[in-house]
Design a protein around this ligand. Sequence first.
Ligand SMILES: [Mg+2]
Length: 199
Amino acid sequence: MKKRFGIDIDGTVTCPRSLIPFINKAFDMNIRYEEINQYDLTPFVNVSGEVFANWFSKNEAMIYQASPIAAGAKQALDKWKKAHELFFISARGPHLLDVTEKWFVDHGLTFHHIELIGSHDKVETIKRHSIDIFFEDKHDNAVAIHEECQIPVILFNTPYNQDPLPKGVIRVNNWKEAVIWVEDWLNQQGNSSQVSSTS
Ligand SMILES: [Mg+2]
């Protein structure tokens, strides 16, 4: 049964540690990934929020281009690319589409659609595309998407998303665990559609 997968990019398909070395170099710091216990990085840097935001917008294209892929992401996405649709939905700004598409091509990743919405609020986009399952690393996004779209959300475990989760948001440690959960979910979907088609 063909499903439409909705997938966040940063910290989900890219390694969640991607940003740290760039920040450490730019601001001569020694932040460790393990100590990043919230999504907003501003409190961890030694400059004002404004300086940090300006630095980020000047450098984000270079950072995105150089971001490593998350371990196991390619294997998982390759496994699903033929039988399902892969829709990447990201808070990156729309002006970063070229950089983003090139990164996918450079990493040999298939995509059926990429949408850069320039905002963390993905609910409307997910509803509009009738996404069946979503993959995220941002805790409040994962919870809102599950509750408002009524779909399962896979949350990739990071130091910055440790708050409790409702049933329906599934915390996994890596893409290997995500594949196991999703394959089981796909099998259940197949079984329930068989039951309803014969009844
Ligand atoms: Mg993300």
